[in-house]
Design a protein around this ligand. Structure first.
Ligand code: SF4
Length: 296
């Protein structure tokens, strides 16, 4: 049985990474350790929901968002500490709709990273309730999202919609965004420099929406949000405290859970039950009672 990484140790490591980044040190090497944590005790049974709720119309073709087994452990969110330390146009703007608009205007016709010249049709900013209690964060736009300018509108988006519906929510109740806002060519994973350049804008969106809970969809989103490079088996089944530095002191921050990316579920539907466990954990925290159909 794999050992468990103590949460205090994990926080201490994150602090260490933050310090190293401050010193200009970015490359760290993960020593392989099989870490596994299970779903919190007392969570509802994962088998309650019909998997048909998650069925999408077509099989997904893109690559799995699997975590790299041995990888650099960058801390993008840690960089954002310094990004958010500088006053931004939306600071002091109470209306989240106006604040998000200011962030979008600040982003402009962004050319900050190389993704702007690699075939994107448009920037995919984010969509949903600016006051959402729940926020989903994925990796980056695909072809459909690039064409429509909205995150999660393709086949993976249909599945995400089904997941949201199974929770008893509507798509317009939540806020949805990605780590990077431009489509990586060939739907490749966004590279580290692209994530580091783009994610400060996501942090500002999060700090504006102030969700109570967040769900990182897939290992890439989790890695970039949490500065943890680990397999999904280690990342799932627990909560992480998440609050972008520089955000409203009166906001307690979000609790962040990690689950599989819908695109991965299209490739491996067997993981839908595990995903439902993760969503149940989120629902319990938010006090959401699933629709009767889902609970049967
Ligand atoms: S991915 Fe983000 S940082 Fe890169 S060009 Fe697009 S909006 Fe700008």
């Amino acid at each position: 049985m794999a050992p468990t990484l103590d949460p205090q140790l994990r926080r201490a490591l994150a602090e260490r990474v933050r310090y190293c980044h401050e010193m200009g040190i970015y490359d760290f090497y993960w020593r392989e350790s099989a870490v596994s944590e299970s779903i919190e005790a007392g969570q509802p049974s994962p088998s309650a929901i019909s998997e048909s709720l998650f069925v999408a119309s077509q099989p997904e073709l893109r690559e799995e968002m699997a975590a790299r087994k041995s990888a650099v452990a960058p801390a993008v969110v840690e960089d954002n500490i310094f990004e958010l330390a500088t006053p931004k146009p939306e600071h002091g703007v109470a209306d989240p709709v106006a604040a998000l608009q200011l962030i979008r205007e600040d982003l402009g016709d962004c050319t900050r990273c190389k993704l702007h010249k690699q075939g994107r049709k448009q920037i995919v900013f984010g969509v949903g309730n600016p006051r959402a209690e729940l926020m989903f964060v994925g990796e980056g736009p695909g072809a459909d999202e690039d064409a429509q300018g909205e995150p999660f509108v393709g086949r993976a988006g249909q599945l995400l919609n089904n997941m949201i519906k199974a929770m008893g929510l509507r798509r317009e109740d939540v806020y949805i965004a990605n780590i990077v806002k431009c489509r990586p060519p060939g739907n490749r994973q966004p590279e580290r420099d692209e994530c580091e350049t783009c994610s400060p804008f996501l942090m500002r969106q999060i700090a504006t929406v102030k969700p109570k809970a967040m769900v990182a969809l897939g290992a890439t989103a989790a890695k970039n949000l949490l500065a943890i490079s680990a397999p999904m088996s280690e990342l799932r089944g627990r909560w992480y405290d998440f609050k972008p530095a520089g955000s409203d002191p009166s906001w307690a921050g979000a609790r962040l859970a990690v689950t599989y990316h819908p695109a991965f579920l299209l490739r491996d539907p067997r993981q839908k039950g595990e995903t439902w466990k993760d969503l149940q954990m989120v629902m319990k925290y938010l006090g959401i009672v699933p629709p009767k159909k889902a609970a049967e």
